[in-house]
Design a protein around this ligand. Structure first.
Ligand SMILES: [Zn+2]
Length: 390
């Protein structure tokens, strides 16, 4: 902990911090901290704000992140909508725009339009302080429209970078959700935690020591393809009984369509493009107390809980956050099922309790997370290697 980025990260996670606290937390000398803080103040990233409690002498001046100092653009891609957000350093959305979704088109077809839309959005902000552009995309292989590979990530990055002339980072939406929680939820880099992201598929985002875990080829986090029933339904990955096939949105909608009365009452449409909307109708009915809809959602939640227990047995998590559109209406049902199952079936159940919570970032979590991914990379991680500066 001896660089500008690390100090900025401590101020971010601390909310308000004094120079003395920074000295205590880092073990750096007062002179080093003074110099680094001066640089952060000069860059406008940090501001002085009031005084803390005195410990005998003069009351210390407190430091905090200056939310307005920078913005990053966060983009999330969905079949029915592309969302563009301008997010400030504090994680607040300061402007938004959206356009029609990707449908079943490939990124190579969608990217040129997105490039133009992002460029126009950035121009409309009339701000100099745009750090870069983060893009959250659906899980890598479990959506029909986007058979993404590492190369395609780079292709999308290159296309958008060319169109906008700015730094672009593309990441899967579950990892974006994790970093969004980390940044906006003011978690410390010492907090290891995971997010489950539910949209068309299930993703798992892991933050370890302030860094995202991406796996050897950036394919980590495919929670949807954890086995939950070896005799279960065929999955798009070629196996049987994956979480995606047993408890994913598509499966729940399929099961609801088999109940003709329910399908008619809820006006389910049952097409690939309407999966999210159909799932939301089932979720809304479950919340209103419809037993048939409730049973379907609880079934999905049970399968998710089963997959999470397996993953937790490997990772020994401290905290798990449920994020994404799948949880927006019925997150409580999922959180309760996951929490209960962890406390009953986890290997470590007698020693530790996994805290299970819902994301406070709502449906924008992937786009907000994509924006904070760029800020984290450019402002805190990027600055870390510059050891000779302090
Ligand atoms: Zn599968």
């Amino acid at each position: 902990m001896e660089t500008v980025g690390a100090i900025l990260d401590l101020i971010r996670s601390g909310g308000t911090v004094s120079r003395t606290e920074l000295i205590e937390q880092t073990g750096l000398t007062g002179a080093s901290i003074t110099k680094i803080v001066r640089q952060l103040l000069d860059d406008g990233l940090v501001v002085e704000t009031g005084s803390g409690d005195s410990t005998g002498g003069k009351r210390p001046t407190l430091l905090q992140l200056n939310p307005a100092a920078r913005v990053a653009i966060g983009v999330s891609l969905d079949e029915d909508r592309v969302t563009y957000l301008a997010v400030n350093l504090g994680g607040q959305v300061v402007a938004r725009s959206s356009s029609k979704g990707t449908g079943s088109r490939k990124p190579s077809e969608v990217a040129p339009r997105m490039g133009e839309e992002i460029a126009a959005f950035v121009e409309s902000l009339e701000l100099d302080a745009v750090v870069g552009i983060g893009v959250g995309i659906p899980g890598r292989r479990d959506t029909a429209w986007f058979d993404a590979t590492a190369w395609e990530h780079r292709a999308l990055e290159d296309a958008l970078m060319q169109a906008t002339g700015r730094k672009v980072m593309v990441e899967n939406d579950s990892t974006c959700a994790a970093i969004g929680e980390y940044w906006v939820g003011r978690m410390a880099s010492t907090d290891d935690f995971a997010t489950v992201y539910m949209a068309s598929g299930f993703g798992f985002g892991l933050m370890i020591q302030g860094q995202t875990y991406r796996g050897s080829a950036a394919n980590a986090g495919e929670l949807g393809h954890v086995l939950v029933d070896s005799h279960g339904e065929p999955c798009i990955c070629g196996r049987r009984g994956c979480l995606h096939a047993m408890g994913g949105m598509v499966r729940i909608v399929q099961l609801a369509l088999l109940d003709e009365d329910l399908a008619t009452e809820l006006r389910l449409r049952g097409t690939a493009r309407t999966t999210h909307a159909d799932f939301d109708r089932i979720a809304r009915a479950a919340v209103k107390g419809d037993d048939r809809a409730g049973a379907l959602i609880r079934q999905s939640a049970r399968y998710l809980a089963s997959a999470v227990v397996s993953v937790n047995n490997v990772l020994d998590l401290d905290q798990l956050i449920l994020a994404g559109p799948g949880f927006s209406l019925v997150g409580e049902i999922y959180a309760e099922a996951v929490s209960e199952r962890l406390s009953q079936d986890s290997w470590s159940r007698t020693a530790t309790t996994v805290r299970v919570g819902l994301s406070g970032l709502g449906n924008d979590v992937a786009a907000i997370g994509a924006a904070t991914l760029v800020m984290h990379s450019e402002l805190t991680l990027q600055n870390r290697p510059r050891r000779n500066r302090d």
